[in-house]
Design a protein around this ligand. Sequence first.
Ligand SMILES: NC(=O)c1ccc[n+]([C@@H]2O[C@H](COP(=O)([O-])OP(=O)(O)OC[C@H]3O[C@@H](n4cnc5c(N)ncnc54)[C@H](O)[C@@H]3O)[C@@H](O)[C@H]2O)c1
Length: 351
Amino acid sequence: MTQSIHLAISGLGLIGRRHAQAIARQPGVELVGVADPAEAGQVEAHRLGVPWYDSLPEMIEATRPEGVIIATPTPQHAAQALICIDRALPVLIEKPIATSVAEGQRVVDAAEARGVPVLVGHHRRYNPLIEKAHEVITSGILGEVRAVQATCWFYKPDAYFEASPWRKQKGAGPISVNLVHDVDLLRHLCGEVISVRAVAAPSRRGSENEDVAAALLTFESGALGTLTVSDAIAAPWSWEMTARENAVYPATAESCYLIGGSRAALSLPDLRVWSHSGKAPDWWQPISATHLAQEAADPLVRQIAHFGAVIRDGVAPRVSAREGMRTLAVIEAIQGSAETGEAVQISAGSA
Ligand SMILES: NC(=O)c1ccc[n+]([C@@H]2O[C@H](COP(=O)([O-])OP(=O)(O)OC[C@H]3O[C@@H](n4cnc5c(N)ncnc54)[C@H](O)[C@@H]3O)[C@@H](O)[C@H]2O)c1
């Protein structure tokens, strides 16, 4: 019998705990240790029955894991990834890969120089819904994709910000923490983004970040995207509130992405394809939707399975450090444009 793959987690907060649950649900992997200096992390480690350590280097030394999941606050991602890469340890870094493209580049350079696989935690790509949407778009059913609309609106309670002070600090606003997921999915579904214009409104609850932002993206294909994000709007339209990935968000039956093509349009995550029933597109003809049924599966668990295959079978990371960097480059462009009021061009070589 093959031995299970030994994984460790650095940072046992909100998402670190979900990784621990995902590891418990995925056969063939085992959580051998966690590092988290906070008392709450230590208490959680004891509850899970997993050895606890105060720091990442100490944990690596003691448990000798085969792969590490970095689920610490974003400002620590790059430094912790470098600790792992230095020890030739494959790493799954939560999104975003780093706080800036320049910082993330150090991770890419170190990983490529040492040949260590890095996976960035854009877990929504492992959702079967997204796999199906990708298949629909690449099959050409929609014709040429001309426009995309994404809505990421929800209301985070004050307790969310009070629980972890870094969430109120500069750089941890909803563009960086939430829209990064949507940008990653839209890049995956519609291709590279080459330019961005954005506007943001400062938080009305005293955080150092925006609490509403709107961005206009131009894709390499010529398609245009409009995205809005807010953590201060009470609404049902976001991936979180519609995709049923995480039970902590009570689900609605709404959609949050509209992808418009020259022959048909797709709404997600309800996976409905709207067309003029096989006839030539014409606004004077009836239009109706076909629902594409898709089995649900937890993308975090599927991501852990993939991380195991990256570690043990040498499978190429589905979302590599470079891929995570391209998504971060778009986020950085949105933040930059919102600050200066200028359009920001994104060159292919920027990540
Ligand atoms: N993929 C997703 O859907 C998703 C969801 C939430 C958060 N995230 C990302 O995960 C990261 C963490 O977010 P969170 O909401 O879980 O934060 P959190 O504040 O809830 O948890 C962070 C944990 O890291 C611990 N920590 C701090 N310094 C550490 C260190 N030096 N070594 C080890 N542990 C340390 C903290 O004590 C805390 O327990 C962020 O980058 C965030 O963007 C991703």
